[in-house]
Design a protein around this ligand. Structure first.
Ligand code: AHR
Length: 499
């Protein structure tokens, strides 16, 4: 058992955490869209206009603020006109990037916008730079957002949507340094400038333009984009995946050692350094922090589940993923003045998913529960936490901090404190001074924990890992004390005392 002290600076709030860092990403990849979200109106699986009800209901509970679509690498091969009009006559194409399967285009712009309306979230659409044209991108925006008379707006009406949609977030290409065209930063910067010119603001719709940003530690990419195009962008993306092994041998999602547990958490924490260093470059060009760093792909990436299509990226999800999610959110909180949005990859059946499906069955993952527990941080004030005498989790001569803590205060004055205990065997004891908090408070909490590092939910046992009430915290003379079990994610709520 190890103990440490901390100070939460409730008297020095340091920014606001955009709810958009709790965003999602759903690509035409494997069984994310088809089967996972879209089953079609004629499916025996209960659905709302083709979208499966069980997944919809589960996702609604997360208060998803923004959803990125249609890719990913798929975005730079996607031609939106193939995905509108009567479904039976939509073009069938090959999804060359992801498994070579037939894409029947049944889930297109109208279906995606309907999904966003059902989830009450903002759409974030990624346009095709790699294999698309400026005209195609221009017409897509016109199709979606123009209210007047025009070929695209008239076509939208003929396809059943009278009013334009409100569309704020638009990405000009995806990973254009790789699957989106293998471009050099100088070339992409010029392409970005050209394409974004035609991403028009129609009527009252104002588009937040997101340029393709770097692959993890490619700092030169950020330098060039900021130098050449900063005044024409609102956001610059960043992609970083937590891969415990190598890209060739990533490691199993469920069958792993403590060394792999440790390596995964350590690699997840690299996000802090990446954001810090990209931020330093951005700060030089944009000291007012107008341009957001948009981490629009992040999460764990393991070997696919045995026997599944390698191009489908289907992996299980354990308590280890929950810790990665918690730690990553804490990093985003710390950089909230620059990180304006983040989108986990991906929402259903792909990579670090919230939801897994098998036919008509569905389960929610440990990562889902972290998103649900942490939704209290959305749009709240960030309160800096100072950890003193850091307790360590040591393995093989290496050290990680045992505890990670983040605190926020919402508009109703409630404090939320999330605590991740990375240690697989040791309880974490913490004593917290709430600096600047006066008056009497009461504390309650919820926790996600388990007996094994690889604890996960299966279709036979879908509720093995789920949050429980937490009674290990108390307030003694204004000092918060908590004892959190090994391998756990806890969220405490502090309310003003009312008799
Ligand atoms: O999320 C899976 C893939 O990872 C995305 O399509 C691509 O952008 C990234 O390389």
């Amino acid at each position: 058992m190890s103990g440490q002290t901390a100070v939460i600076h409730a008297d020095q709030p340091a920014g606001r955490i955009s709810r958009h860092i709790y965003g999602h990403f759903a690509e035409h990849l494997g069984r994310c869209i088809y089967e996972g979200i879209w089953v079609g109106e004629d499916s025996p699986i209960p659905n709302t206009n083709g979208i499966r009800n069980d997944v919809l209901e589960a996702l609604k509970k997360l208060k998803i603020p923004v959803l990125r679509w249609p890719g990913g690498c798929f975005a730079d091969e996607y031609h939106w006109k193939d995905g509108v009009g009567p479904r039976e006559s939509r073009k069938r194409m090959v999804n060359t990037h992801w498994g070579g399967v037939v894409e029947n285009n049944h889930f297109g712009t109208h279906e995606f916008m309907m999904l966003c309306e059902l989830l009450d979230c903002e759409p974030y659409i990624c346009g095709n730079v790699g294999s698309g044209s400026v005209q195609e991108m221009q017409e897509w925006v016109e199709y979606m957002t123009f209210d007047g008379e025009s070929p695209m707006a008239d076509w939208r009406r003929r396809n059943g949507r009278e009013k334009p949609w409100r569309l704020k977030y638009f990405g000009v290409g995806n990973e254009n340094w790789g699957c989106g065209g293998s471009m050099r930063p100088e070339y992409y910067a010029d392409e970005y400038r050209r394409f974004q010119t035609y991403v028009r603001n129609f009527g009252g719709n104002r588009i937040y333009r997101i340029a393709c940003g770097p692959n993890s530690a490619d700092y030169r990419w950020t330098e060039v984009l900021m130098s050449e195009a900063r005044n024409r962008m609102d956001g610059l993306s960043l992609h970083y995946y937590t891969v415990p092994g190598t890209w060739q041998k990533k490691g199993s999602a469920t069958d792993f050692s403590e060394e792999e547990w440790f390596a995964t958490l350590k690699k997840a924490m690299t996000m802090d350094e990446l954001i810090g260093r990209h931020k330093t470059i951005m700060d030089r060009y944009d000291p007012d922090k107008r341009v957001g760093l948009i981490v629009d792909e992040w999460g764990t990436w393991f070997d696919v589940e045995p026997g599944t299509n390698p191009g489908f990226l289907y992996q299980q999800n354990t308590l280890r993923d929950a810790l990665v999610a918690g730690l990553t959110f804490h990093i985003f909180h710390r950089h909230c003045e620059r990180v304006h949005m983040a989108n986990i990859a991906q929402t259903v059946n792909v990579l670090q998913a919230m939801v897994l499906t098998e036919g008509e069955k569905m389960l929610v993952t440990p990562t889902y529960h972290v998103f649900e527990l942490f939704k209290v941080h959305q749009d709240a004030e960030y309160l800096p936490v100072h950890l003193e005498g850091k307790a360590a989790y040591e393995l093989g001569g290496e050290k990680l901090p045992q505890l990670s803590i983040s605190a926020t205060r919402n508009d109703r004055g409630q404090l939320h404190i999330s605590i991740c205990n990375l240690h697989p065997r040791e309880e974490g004891n913490i004593s917290v001074e709430l600096r600047g908090m006066k008056g009497r408070m009461q504390v309650s909490g919820r926790i996600l924990a388990g007996a094994r590092m690889n604890e996960h939910n299966t279709f036979d046992q879908p509720e093995r890992v789920k949050p429980a009430a937490f009674d290990g915290a108390s307030l003694v003379n204004g000092l918060l004390q908590a004892a959190v079990p090994p391998m756990s994610v806890t969220v405490l709520e502090l309310n003003e005392w009312s008799e």
